[in-house]
Design a protein around this ligand. Sequence first.
Ligand SMILES: C[S@@+](CC[C@H](N)C(=O)[O-])C[C@H]1O[C@@H](n2cnc3c(N)ncnc32)[C@H](O)[C@@H]1O
Length: 243
Amino acid sequence: MDKENFFIVHKDLPREGPGSPEEVAWALELAAVGEDAVICDAGSGPGGDSFELLKAPGALVVAVDTRDAFVAQANARFAHEGRFRAECRSMEDVAGLAEAPFDFIWCAGALYFLGIPSGLGAFSKALVPNGVVAFSEPCYFTDTPSEMAQAFWEGYNTKRSDAILKDVEAQGFEVMAHRKVSDAGWEAYYQPMEMRIATLRDGAGAALTKMLDLCAAEAASWREVRSETGYLLIVARRRGDLG
Ligand SMILES: C[S@@+](CC[C@H](N)C(=O)[O-])C[C@H]1O[C@@H](n2cnc3c(N)ncnc32)[C@H](O)[C@@H]1O
């Protein structure tokens, strides 16, 4: 992947993956996050969901991402907020954060970089007993995804919801609820990116043009396959008997 041009397209976008404030609020409510909760926004990107996480009364939100530029963007966004900080760190090591263990870990569109066993294994070590994780995961909504739907997740072992939920339970978590990430959540990611693409077209060189086409094609392709695939948002409680 041409990272340089990818980050020209993605620089300073409000979010780096699909999701909406309503979905964060839904998960916080299900998790019954109490006052002064300690929350991790894992794979936070620029902190697009941290706004909503900070609405939990008195919550302290620690965001982690492996990309420096996103961490800097998140810290700048919340510079006025004493209950937030972002750190450049892998989600594999959230248990090593000074604020761990967490009452709630939010992970939008990022756990799949590690896979459910490794990702939830790492989160399990970073949660209080009975702590809750909410994450969105690539999912097929049909047993017969088209070639285009399969190509959308090229390189990732995308599954149906029942298989995903089984994987979650196998990691010592009890699934509390799940739902599809809304089309509005996907548009909240793609529309600002498409506006950026439009501003970059004029005078773009060959490599940047190729990246602009690739990013535009991804959004167009999602709109074609959105009834067949997307993200499943899962809220799951860590079983209290884990070490
Ligand atoms: C699809 S984006 C989602 C970002 C954000 N959650 C959002 O919804 O706007 C995935 C993010 O995961 C981050 N990421 C990938 N692997 C990671 C890892 N091992 N640890 C922490 N962050 C990671 C990427 O840098 C990227 O910001």
